[in-house]
Design a protein around this ligand. Structure first.
Ligand SMILES: O=C(O)CCC(=O)C1=CC=C[C@@H](O)[C@@H]1C(=O)O
Ligand SMILES: [Mg+2]
Length: 375
């Protein structure tokens, strides 16, 4: 196929409930949707970068820059694109900037699948027809408010409860959840890199709480210290920020830095690399799950598709639309089909249409690039 046009829309979607992590508080999502058109078919991808580089090095502006200056001009020169993997030489020509690559790659995967009339889940080798869903709860102002949210999420049927922690809001809130809801609730903590090896004694206090895992306790770019920490903890360590590729996953597993891996499609540069990490972990008996970046329905649909692969055995942060938005941009919105479970769509591509009206309401800027001209 030949891609004739690529469009970047910048959207601002207010979150229903502010989301606080150890690196800051988000009131709205400011992000990019990339669409790629060939003939009368359009595929959609989403950039998961945040407006500022607080989670990783990328930001909405760096994604825009890399797409506009380096990636889109090369893609629009391609004579033929048989498969999304054909983008690899272009991606190899740019170091890093994985969220930029993933946004474009996601649009091309969707377009490719729609042209073939197959679902994205199928194209990736997914075998599940439905996926179990977890929830990620931000840092709440008080332990009481946190307990209320955890209770409501348990009532809604979420299959995993993830709670953000930071220094000063860690052992006590996690203990309080166990005291209120018991030891059997599938519970984990995510630290978003807020600790160092100086905190080993504090982190050890989480061990008696029977957590499924602790996610990214140490630096966003570290693997080595996590291996040191894992030797001291009985709670499994899950890596998020530190894993950018299948090679990173291999190194982390080889040195014992992670017993679980959170795969985020954007962070690892797209669905192709996400699948490689899944396949490697499956061979090594390391369970994986799909992380979220507060995506709109479009990014969420990509996450659902990759989660249909067999080794995504732990529920992901793939909550339905109404957890985040008054109105999502997909039609239909993403919903539970029974509590804590989302059906993997069978329609072509991502399997969700676009709610044009909602989409346009959130758009704050659009740029279009075509093979012959740049508008
Ligand atoms: O519901 C979701 O999309 C998951 C939200 C979530 O946990 C995260 C979103 C964005 C950045 C991080 O704080 C984070 C994570 O680290 O997993
Ligand atoms: Mg995380």
């Amino acid at each position: 196929m030949i891609i004739e046009e690529i469009r970047i829309d910048r959207l601002e979607m207010p979150l229903k409930h502010p989301f606080e992590t150890s690196f800051g508080k988000l009131m709205a999502r400011d992000f990019l949707i990339v669409s790629a058109t060939s003939g009368d078919i359009t595929g959609y991808g989403e950039s998961t970068a945040f407006p500022l580089p607080f989670y990783n090095e990328e930001s909405t502006e760096t994604v825009l820059y890399i797409l506009k200056k380096l990636i889109i001009p090369q893609v629009l020169k391609m004579e033929n694109l048989e498969h999304p993997e054909d983008l690899d030489p272009i991606f190899q020509s740019v170091k890093g900037h994985r969220m930029a690559k993933a946004a474009l790659e996601g649009a091309v995967w969707d377009l490719y699948c729609k042209k073939k009339g197959i679902s994205l889940a199928n194209a990736l080798g997914g075998t599940k027809t439905e996926i179990d869903v977890g929830v990620s709860i931000g840092i709440e102002p008080t332990i009481g408010e946190l307990l209320d949210r955890v209770g409501s999420c348990i009532d809604q049927g979420y299959k995993k409860i993830k709670v953000k922690i930071k220094p000063g809001f860690d052992v006590k809130p996690m203990q309080a959840i166990r005291e209120r809801f018991g030891m059997d609730v599938p519970l984990m903590a995510d630290a978003n890199s807020a600790y160092t090896l100086q905190d080993i004694d504090l982190l050890k206090q989480l061990d008696p709480l029977n957590l499924m895992m602790i996610e990214q306790p140490l630096a966003y770019d570290d693997i080595i210290d996590h291996a040191t920490l894992q030797k001291e903890l009985s709670t499994p360590i899950c890596l998020d920020e530190s894993i950018h590729s299948v090679d990173d996953a291999r190194k982390a597993v080889e040195i014992g830095a992670a017993r679980v891996i959170n795969i985020k499609v954007g962070r690892v540069g797209g669905l192709t690399e996400a699948k490689k990490i899944h396949d490697y972990c499956q061979a090594m008996d390391i369970p994986v799950w799909c992380g979220g970046m507060l995506e709109s329905g479009i990014g969420r649909a990509h996450n659902i598709a990759i989660t249909s692969l067999a080794n995504f055995t732990i529920p992901g942060d793939t909550s339905p639309s109404d957890r985040y938005w008054e109105q999502d941009i997909t039609d239909p919105e993403i919903k539970f089909h029974k509590p804590g479970v989302i059906k993997v769509p069978e329609g072509p591509g991502i399997g969700y249409g676009i709610n044009e009206q909602a989409f346009n309401d959130y758009v704050v800027g659009t740029e279009t690039f075509s093979r012959t001209k740049t508008v």
